[in-house]
Each structure stands twice: as structure tokens, then as C-alpha cells.
Design a protein around this ligand. Structure first.
Ligand SMILES: *Cc1c(COP(=O)(O)O)cnc(C)c1O
Length: 348
């Protein structure tokens, strides 16, 4: 069943809200086969948001935001993006026949994500500045031009749609995990997941998890309690210095008795390699900060025993081939198409 249909009762849907789908949601919750042993928790799961149609969780929020934009009569959608929001907006824009305009920070967007926006036919503006500056620009233009709908996560419909990730986890496990590990950029997703868990908890169908957020070390405004003017990290999806949903994230952390921590780039790269080589899951760098976070907390002596943990793997590793090229060791044996040569190589 379509995401909007399945969770209709929890979403801002009325008789005039168009219901459609590109196949978003219903993503796999994969049980860890190896990492959980090293971490020492009871159960560890990975929510593979990279399996969404445009390859990231952004599709959950985008389907709702675009649906509401159409209900309102908008013909154009606009967003600032570190990559995945633009890919998602452009996909739904194409499906629904809307013009999509995306503002991206120059040179700081993974080639896979940019390729998607180009292929889906978005109007792409690259600004000589960072994400936070791009967001300020699109906010201003959408406030002035009422026919252009802003589809960044400050649009509450995005958050509504993204709550469905929490619903799916509880629907599948039958309960909420003890802890949810999640990357934090603009902080919309941690806000949405917490909202989702609270809604189910209010219905007595779930307990509440602790929200454990992670920011990249040099892009960690919430951890450091100050705006970062020039955020930097290899995890471009969370290269954000002034999160739009900052207060909501603080609220989620506080209400859930959770915590937020900073992880350095080397550890993110390590997490990226570990999740792929130990679990067969190729996730993008920002997603892998959750895996790095497991090892980081383990090293600090955090008590994982008896806990069930879910890591939200927000985006697909295929989006960023340059990253693979830069950080993986492509050691590949070359040979002639000769049987003896193959045998010698394999058995030597
Ligand atoms: C957008 C994004 C994030 C950050 O999510 P926020 O809601 O901005 O905190 C993390 N990982 C990936 C892959 C993303 O696309």
C-alpha cells in the first residue's frame, strides 16, 4: 500500500489531498549479522533508507510535501539542498509535472545526486556559498512568490511524511528499539522520528526509544551549541552549520533522554568501510556516521548490553562514487583470460 494511504490517519490528508507514490517507504529493516557482536548489544538493525526510489529517506517527506503543494495549486517547487533533497524533489516534480528549482552549494554535492537532479529535469542553480546560505535564499523567494512551494524540511509536511520511518520500525519489530542512532544535518529527520515514536506511544502501541544523534566534528552546531559559519565534512549530506530544526532536535534529545555527539571524518570513513564489508550494506557517508557512532560510544565504555538499537541508514552508497574512489583501496588483480593463471592466483 502507498505510504500516504497506509499512514493516512497520522498525516495531514483530507479528501482534496492527492495520493500518489513513486514507491517510497516500506524500506528493509536488516538485522546485523556481525557488527552487533563487536558492539555487544542484544540486537542491532539497519533501516535501509537508501532503498527509497530516489535513494534516500527524503522521499518520505517529499511525497507528502509535493502532495500538499499540488492540493494548494502550486505549479513550482523549490529547495536548497546538499544533494538528496534536490534529487527527491526533482523526482516527484517530474512525476507530478511540476517545475522543480534546486539551489546547491557549488562543488559540495555528490555526483550521483547531481546526476539525478539533472536527469529528472530540475532547474539547477549552483551558488558560490554553503547550504545555509542557499536555504536563506529559497526561504526568501518562496515567501515573496506564493506560487513557489518550499519543500525543504522547514515545510512541516516534510516532517509529517518522515514520521512514517518510525511507524514502520515499530510496526515491524512490534515495539520501539531502546535506542535510535541517526545522523543530524538540518535536524528534520531526528525531529520526525521522535514525533512518530511519540504518536505511537500515545496510542499505547509503542514504548519510547532514546534518540542518539550524530553530527560531523567540524559541522556540529548542536553539539557545540553554536552556529558554525563554515561547516566542513566529507559527509556532504550533513555539512550544515545552522540547522533549521535545531530547537526541535534539542527537544527530541531532551524528551527522550537521548544524546548528541560529534564524530570526526576519519571515523566516518571507517564506519563506511565497516558497514559495507561486515554487513553487505552500501550506505552513503552521512548514514555511516551512525555506525561510526556505535564504535565511538563503545570505545568510551558506553553500556550496550541487553539493548536493541536501530541505525537509520539515510542514503544509498551508490550516490557518491567519488567518495568510494577517494577512500577505498581498489586493489584489483589483473590477468589474462587463462585458466592456469586464475588457478595459480587463487590457490597461491
Ligand atoms: C538529509 C540527509 C541527512 C540529514 O537529515 P536532516 O533531516 O537534515 O538532519 C542525513 N543523511 C542523508 C543521506 C541525507 O540525505
Amino acid at each position: 500500500m502507498h505510504l500516504l494511504e497506509k499512514y493516512k490517519q497520522f498525516l495531514p490528508i483530507n479528501d482534496n489531498t492527492p495520493i500518489f507514490s513513486l514507491g517510497e517507504g516500506n524500506t528493509p529493516l536488516v538485522k546485523s549479522n556481525n557488527i552487533y557482536k563487536e558492539i555487544g548489544c542484544k540486537e542491532l538493525y539497519f533501516k535501509l533508507e537508501g532503498c527509497n526510489p530516489s535513494g534516500s529517506f527524503k522521499d518520505r517527506g517529499m511525497v507528502m510535501a509535493v502532495s500538499k503543494a499540488i492540493e494548494k495549486g502550486s505549479k513550482k517547487i523549490i529547495c536548497a539542498s546538499t544533494g538528496n533533497t534536490s534529487a527527491s524533489a526533482a523526482a516527484f516534480g517530474a512525476y507530478c509535472g511540476l517545475e522543480t528549482i534546486v539551489l546547491i552549494p557549488e562543488g559540495k554535492i555528490a555526483i550521483g545526486k547531481l546526476s539525478q537532479a539533472v536527469a529528472y529535469g530540475a532547474k539547477i542553480v549552483s551558488i558560490n556559498g554553503n547550504f545555509d546560505q542557499a536555504l536563506n535564499l529559497v526561504k526568501e523567494i518562496s515567501e515573496q512568490q506564493k506560487d513557489i512551494e518550499l519543500v525543504n524540511s522547514i515545510n512541516p509536511n516534510r516532517i509529517h511524511g518522515q514520521k512514517t520511518g518510525a511507524f514502520e520500525i515499530v510496526d515491524e519489530l512490534g515495539y520501539a528499539p531502546d535506542e535510535v542512532f541517526i545522523p543530524v544535518g538540518n535536524a528534520g529527520n531526528i525531529t520526525a522520528y521522535w514525533d512518530g515514536f511519540k504518536i505511537y506511544n500515545d496510542l499505547n502501541t509503542s514504548n519510547l526509544p532514546k534518540m542518539i544523534g550524530f553530527q560531523a566534528k567540524n559541522s556540529a552546531p548542536i553539539v557545540n551549541k553554536k552556529i558554525i559559519e563554515n561547516p566542513e565534512t566529507v559527509a556532504t549530506a550533513i555539512r550544515i552549520g545552522n540547522p533549521a530544526s535545531w530547537e526541535f532536535a534539542e527537544k527530541a534529545l531532551h524528551e527522550s533522554s537521548g544524546k548528541i555527539d560529534a564524530i570526526d571524518d576519519d571515523s566516518i570513513v571507517e564506519g563506511y568501510k565497516i558497514i559495507a564489508s561486515m554487513e553487505g550494506i552500501f550506505a552513503e557517508p552521512a548514514s555511516c556516521i551512525t555506525v561510526a557512532g556505535l564504535y565511538h560510544l563503545k570505545k568510551l565504555g558506553y553500556d550496550f548490553s541487553g539493548k536493541t538499537i536501530v541505525c537509520i541508514l539515510t542514503g544509498n552508497g551508490l550516490k557518491d562514487p567519488d567518495f568510494a574512489n577517494n577512500y577505498l583501496n581498489f586493489q584489483i588483480h589483473k590477468m589474462n583470460p587463462e585458466f592456469e593463471e586464475l588457478k595459480n592466483f587463487l590457490l597461491s
